[in-house]
Design a protein around this ligand. Structure first.
Ligand code: HEC
Ligand code: HEC
Length: 351
């Protein structure tokens, strides 16, 4: 009898432990819920598009269709399979550290998108969650008709129970609240260790750097870190390789991107001509995977991008105003460019 009671108690203990240990992937429940929604193609009007289609783990959470074919495919194709946005999809990883867009010492800092227009100014007070509310309703991204139809998809999905579990039994009653919770869960996933991993060679094995990687790191600190910061800033546990400032580094127009004139970037967001042509300094984490490079995908290889940063003569800037005077005037040797590329290859997660 004692033995039976003991066995029952032991098995109760183990099943309780299994339940409280959470999902096998090591994500919390809200992160796991966000992961389901990040991958759910039913959140586009014709079931072809999810966040992950344009922000794929094998492409550093940028657009896989572009990184496989960076010479010809530079901007994302929308749910209709034809429409293209005017910009190269940046990584959705590490974006969660960008603060709300604001002016510090005469410079704009923070916000999301190349031009900072997800500024964090909505009631969510979080640029990352605010950004997640855009694509499902954007006519050239996922093109859903309205919020109610998005919530209806979630309510009839396989993960509807998890949504209720995380946000309460009335979680589907109010469409506005449910759409806010959708965004909060997606943002939680984007900030989770599966997406924002800090697991590159740079993070975990810097003592194993090769001579070329070490030389590249030295050059990087001298020539690049003023923008692609090597400090652990914005509350991150390690460097984000951006200071979230905005610069016009003179990237040329890309003939593959159909636009009526130069892309004015931050200038449009803040309605100030002095900011025209400036784009957000991107993180360089997972940069080896996220070709093509720059806001319009003008450079199909990392070497071509770094060579341009070294010497931009011979390129006509998309907008020849408000140009940064350091980038493009460094005149590094070919060996130095190669060393910088070697260093950048150490920033790939999953080492
Ligand atoms: C059709 C392709 C496409 C889909 C689908 C898509 N995105 Fe994007 N995403 C882009 C492009 C292109 C940009 C850059 C737009 C710009 O800067 O104007 C972007 C920008 C972002 C950024 C900003 C990153 C930064 O550093 O500024 C985040 C975060 C993001 N997307 C997350 C998501 C999430 C979450 C979803 C799903 C709810 C999603 N995206 C769906 C193409 C897509
Ligand atoms: C004055 C600030 C500044 C400095 C210094 C700087 N960059 Fe950048 N970098 C930027 C900005 C801004 C962009 C995006 C520009 C655009 O798309 O129009 C960028 C883009 C890049 C990209 C493409 C990233 C992507 O996701 O497409 C790479 C790679 C890069 N820089 C590497 C470097 C290296 C290597 C150095 C040093 C040799 C350097 N940068 C110095 C501001 C800077």
């Amino acid at each position: 009898m004692k033995k039976i009671v003991f066995t029952v108690l032991v098995s109760m203990f183990f099943s309780a432990a299994v339940i409280s240990a959470g999902p096998p992937s090591g994500l919390s429940r809200i992160e796991l819920l966000g992961r389901h929604m990040f991958k759910d193609k039913n959140l586009s009007y014709n079931g072809t598009q999810s966040c992950q289609v344009c922000h794929h783990p094998l492409s550093g959470f940028a657009d896989r269709r572009n990184s496989i074919n960076p010479e010809t495919s530079v901007v994302s194709v929308g749910a209709d399979g034809v429409s293209k946005g005017g910009r190269n999809a940046p990584s959705a990883a590490y974006a969660g550290y960008s603060p709300m867009l604001s002016m510090y010492d005469d410079e704009w800092v923070g916000g999301l998108f190349w031009d900072g227009r997800a500024d964090g100014g909505t009631h969510l007070r979080d640029p990352l969650a605010e950004q997640a509310q855009g694509p499902p309703l954007n006519p050239i991204e996922m093109a859903m008709p309205d919020k109610a139809s998005i919530i209806a998809v979630i309510e009839s999905s396989t993960y509807a129970g998890l949504f209720l579990n995380v946000f309460g039994t009335n979680a589907f009653d109010n469409t506005e609240t449910a759409y806010d919770n959708f965004a909060k869960a997606v943002a939680a996933y984007e900030r989770s260790t599966e997406v924002t991993a800090f697991s590159s060679k740079y993070d975990v094995a810097r003592s194993a750097f090769t001579a070329a990687e070490n030389r590249g790191f030295g050059l990087f600190k001298t020539h690049c870190a003023s923008c692609h910061s090597t400090d652990a800033n914005f509350g991150a546990p390690a460097s984000l390789f951006t200071n979230y400032h905005y610069k016009n580094i003179g990237v040329p127009a890309n003939p593959l991107v159909p636009l009526g004139g130069p892309d004015l970037g931050l200038g449009v967001t803040v309605s100030d001509e002095a900011q025209d042509g400036k784009f957000k300094v991107p993180t360089l984490r997972n940069i080896s995977q996220s070709a093509p490079y720059s806001h319009n995908g003008s450079f199909s290889t990392l070497k071509a991008m770094v060579s341009f940063v070294s010497d931009r003569h011979g390129f006509t800037p998309e907008l020849n105003r408000n140009l940064d005077q350091t980038v493009g005037n460094l005149y590094l040797s070919d060996n130095e460019v190669n060393d910088l590329v070697s260093f950048l290859l150490t920033l790939t997660d999953g080492y």
